[in-house]
Design a protein around this ligand. Structure first.
Ligand code: ADP
Length: 189
């Protein structure tokens, strides 16, 4: 069974919901950089102070900062016996993907599958507006979608070239999408 997974897709595609559910069912570490950054902001740490304004604008927090968080968690997980993990919201640009590749090579834990959650912009924007997080006003949402297209979408080709990409249609109920993701993961050798 594959247990080193990465979820890719635009904001609002439902990565967080699906990732949390799948990680809990399969006993994987759910590593959401968005959640980890929001926790730093809430705790008022130095890192949180640096990230807060950037997140409110819908820009990407610096690669070094995000990478430090991820490295810390993945090293701890590897040291504790190397259970699986599910990365959600990371990597978000090519530099992060390259750095992640290098880290995973060091840990001898390559990614086994990248699930790409696909959804139309109109649905994404409506979902995000309904969610109502502080960075979920229409202007910031549109900017986050631009950032996704410019910086994150190139990762689709990057992982496709490496034979890791599995697209999943992310429209439907939470249960329907979860079933499609399960098939995408287990139905591939
Ligand atoms: P969404 O998927 O709705 O965009 P996230 O929780 O994944 O929400 O991310 C929220 C914000 O946190 C992003 O807009 C960005 O500012 C910051 N962030 C999250 N992950 C990363 C990352 N890997 N690199 C840089 N910034 C990140």
């Amino acid at each position: 069974m594959k247990n080193r997974l990465l979820f890719l897709g635009p904001p609002g595609a439902g990565k967080g919901t699906q990732a949390q559910q799948l990680a809990s069912v399969r006993g994987l570490l759910h590593l959401s950089t968005g959640d980890l950054l929001r926790a730093e902001v809430a705790a008022g740490t130095e890192l949180g102070r640096q990230a807060e304004a950037v997140m409110a604008r819908g820009e990407l927090v610096s690669d070094a900062l995000v990478l430090a968080i991820v490295r810390d968690r993945l090293e701890a997980q590897a040291a504790s016996g190397g259970g699986g993990w599910l990365l959600d919201g990371f990597p978000r640009n090519l530099a992060q993907a390259e750095a992640l590749g290098q880290l995973l090579e060091e840990l001898e834990q390559p990614i086994e599958l990248v699930v790409l959650m696909e959804l139309h912009d109109a649905v994404l924007i409506q979902r995000l507006l309904n969610r109502g997080r502080t960075d979920d006003n229409e202007q910031v949402i549109r900017h986050r979608l631009d950032v996704y297209r410019q910086q994150t979408a190139p990762l689709i080709q990057y992982y496709r070239e490496r034979g890791l990409l599995q697209p999943v249609e992310a429209d439907g109920t939470v249960e329907e999408i979860a079933a499609r993701i399960g098939t995408a993961i287990d139905g591939t050798a």
